[in-house]
Design a binder for this molecule. Structure first.
Ligand SMILES: Nc1nc2c(ncn2[C@@H]2O[C@H](COP(=O)(O)OP(=O)(O)OP(=O)(O)O)[C@@H](O)[C@H]2O)c(=O)[nH]1
Length: 192
């Protein structure tokens, strides 16, 4: 189980729709009520991995609903919006909440979404990197609109989860951030 969390409006639903259907939900913003989920099967190193992805509501009034789901999540994608400084500042509070409610060994990845918005950007990529380093979590920027790194974010998490469950005793630990950086260098983007 992978859970999408972060402030309302950062693009959790759009990210999931982009990943699941390869499309961008343009137009009016419909806030998620409570929690919603979708399944997607990915093939990771010739093994089928089924991801059940929970899209949570970012709005404060649904917080008690989502708390109940943290315990069962294996991975959390924590999103902020690069055009919304408050959503970035709230990441610390989200991480505190994760510590409180999620499993201790949960995989957490920080995503700076809406990276396509060059003109309205208020949070630099370096700021996201710095915060992620401080908390020891992997990080990348994404865009549900352009599709940037969306597949990669979910693939990286699926790889990590697969590695944890199927790891040979002497196999080294999967390095999520290294994998992500390597993949980004390969496609030759995003590190301008
Ligand atoms: N430019 C741009 N806009 C985006 C992107 N992702 C989402 N949006 C817009 O941001 C708004 C909110 O997106 P949602 O995916 O509904 O946000 P959410 O995080 O699910 O919000 P809650 O359900 O309230 O928690 C919508 O109007 C989207 O069109 C993106 O990558 N780039």
């Amino acid at each position: 189980q992978v859970m999408l969390v972060g402030d309302s409006g950062v693009g959790k639903t759009c990210l999931l729709v982009r990943f699941k259907d390869g499309a961008f939900l343009a137009g009016s913003f419909i806030s998620t009520v409570g929690i919603d989920f979708r399944n997607k099967v990915m093939t990771i190193d010739a093994v089928k991995v089924k991801l059940q992805i929970w899209d949570t509501a970012g709005q404060e009034r649904f917080r008690s609903v989502t708390h109940a789901y943290y315990r069962d999540a294996h991975a959390l994608l924590l999103l902020y919006d690069v055009t919304n400084k408050a959503s970035f500042d709230n990441i610390r509070a989200w991480l505190t909440e994760i510590h409180e409610y999620a499993q201790q060994d949960v995989v957490v990845m920080l995503l700076g979404n809406k990276a396509d918005s060059t003109h309205d950007r208020l949070v630099k990529r370096e700021e996201g990197e710095k915060l992620a380093k401080e908390f020891g979590v992997p990080f990348m920027e994404t865009s549900a609109k352009s599709g940037l790194n969306v597949e990669l974010a979910f693939t990286a998490v699926a790889k990590e989860l697969k590695h944890r469950t199927m790891k040979e005793p002497d196999e080294p630990k999967f390095q999520l951030q290294e994998y992500v950086d390597k993949e980004m260098r390969t496609v030759g983007c995003c590190r301008s």
